[in-house]
Design a protein around this ligand. Structure first.
Ligand SMILES: Nc1nc2c(ncn2[C@@H]2O[C@H](COP(=O)(O)OP(=O)(O)OP(=O)(O)O)[C@@H](O)[C@H]2O)c(=O)[nH]1
Ligand SMILES: [Mg+2]
Length: 306
C-alpha cells in the first residue's frame, strides 16, 4: 500500500502543485473566510481542469458548509475541499475484477491516436500476469507495422502470448482468431490493442463495432469490455471523446487515463468522475511497465492533499 500510494504521489506531483498547492497558498494568506477566498479557489479549480460542473458543485457545497458550520479558519476550507473532492471521485468498483466463470474476459482497448493504447496494453498484460491471471494480447492495430513490433516487445517483457497478424489484414479477423485462441487455452483476460482513430471518422468507428460483433460470436456479449484510453494531458478535450465513443460502440465499460505524470491537468479525473457515467479503471503515472495503476480514489485524494 505504501508503494502504491507513493507511485500516486510521484505521478500526480505536478497536478498537486497546480491544484492543491495553489489553494494552499491562497488559504495561507487569507485573513478570513469570505467570498474572495472562495472565488480564488473556484478560479484555481477551473484552471486546474476540474471542469465547470465539478467546480460549481464543490464551491456551492463549500459555501453552504462555511455558513452552516460558521467556518472562520481558512485552513478548514482546505479540509472541506478535500472531502468534497473525495466525495466526487469516490467509487466502490474494483477496476481489475474479472468474471472468471464465463471464459475469457476481453478488453477492447480503443481511443484516438497516440493516447497510450499500445503501451497500456503492455502494462495491463504485466498487471494481470502479476495477479496470476492467464493473459493474452491481440495486436489488432494492423494499420501500423511498428505497432505489432511495439506490442511484441511488451508481450516479451511481461511474458504473455501475443496473437499477431500481417500488416494490412482485417483487425476483426485477428480479434476473432485471438478470441478463439483465448477461449480454447483457458485464458482469463485477452487484451485487444486497436489502431488509433479520430472519433469523428465514421468508418473507423464502424470498424470497432465490427471487431466487437465478431468476437461476440466467440464469447458472451457481457464478457466484452470496451475500454477507452484518454490522454490526461489533453484536459477537458478528453471528455468529449467519452461521449462519442460511447455512442459509436454502444457503451464504454471503463476508462484508462494516461500520462498524468506529465501534466498539471490531472484535475480532469475529478471532471470525468463528476460528468461522465463511465468509471475510471486505470491511470497512467509513468512510462515504466508498472506505472499503470488501478484507479484508487482514496490514493488519488491522498496524493493531492498529503
Ligand atoms: N509519461 C507517460 N507516457 C505515457 C503514458 N502512457 C503512454 N505514454 C507514452 O505515450 C506515447 C504513445 O503511446 P502509445 O501506447 O504508442 O499510444 P497509442 O495510443 O497506442 O498510439 P497509436 O497506436 O498511434 O494511436 C508513448 O511514447 C508512451 O510511452 C503514461 O502514463 N505516462
Ligand atoms: Mg498503438
Amino acid at each position: 500500500m505504501r508503494n502504491f500510494l507513493s507511485s500516486f504521489k510521484k505521478g500526480l506531483a505536478k497536478t498537486k502543485d497546480n491544484l492543491v498547492g495553489k489553494v494552499r497558498k491562497v488559504v495561507g494568506v487569507a485573513a478570513k473566510v469570505d467570498d474572495d477566498l472562495l472565488d480564488n479557489i473556484e478560479e484555481i479549480l477551473i484552471q486546474g481542469d476540474v471542469g465547470v460542473a465539478a467546480t460549481m458543485k464543490i464551491i456551492e457545497n463549500l459555501k453552504e458548509k462555511v455558513l452552516l458550520e460558521n467556518i472562520k479558519d481558512p485552513n478548514e476550507v482546505l479540509t472541506s475541499l478535500k472531502s468534497e473532492i473525495a466525495a466526487i471521485v469516490h467509487s466502490d468498483r474494483d477496476p481489475s475484477a474479472l468474471d472468471d466463470a464465463n471464459g475469457p474476459t476481453i478488453w477492447l482497448i480503443m481511443g484516438v491516436n497516440g493516447t497510450g493504447k499500445t503501451t497500456s496494453v503492455g502494462k495491463l498484460a504485466h498487471f494481470f500476469r502479476q495477479q496470476g491471471k492467464k493473459t493474452m494480447i491481440a495486436a489488432c492495430d494492423t494499420f501500423r507495422a511498428a505497432a505489432v513490433d511495439q506490442l511484441a516487445i511488451w508481450a516479451d517483457r511481461s511474458g504473455v502470448e501475443l496473437v499477431r497478424a500481417k500488416e494490412g489484414s482485417d483487425p476483426a479477423a485477428v480479434a476473432f482468431d485471438a478470441a478463439n485462441a483465448a477461449k480454447s487455452r483457458g485464458i482469463d483476460i485477452l487484451l485487444v490493442d486497436t489502431a488509433g482513430r479520430l472519433h469523428t471518422k465514421v468508418h473507423l468507428m464502424e470498424e470497432l463495432k465490427k471487431i466487437k460483433r465478431v468476437i461476440s460470436k466467440v464469447v458472451p456479449e457481457e464478457s466484452i469490455k470496451p475500454k477507452l484510453v484518454l490522454d490526461g494531458t489533453t484536459g477537458q478535450n478528453a471528455l468529449s471523446q467519452v461521449k462519442v465513443f460511447t455512442d459509436s460502440v454502444g457503451g464504454v465499460d471503463g476508462l484508462l487515463v494516461t500520462k498524468l505524470d506529465g501534466t498539471a491537468k490531472g484535475g480532469v479525473v475529478i471532471a470525468i468522475a463528476e460528468e461522465m457515467s463511465v468509471p475510471i479503471d486505470f491511470i497512467g503515472l509513468g512510462e515504466q511497465i508498472d506505472d499503470l495503476k488501478p484507479f484508487d480514489p482514496v490514493a488519488y485524494v491522498e496524493a493531492l492533499f498529503e
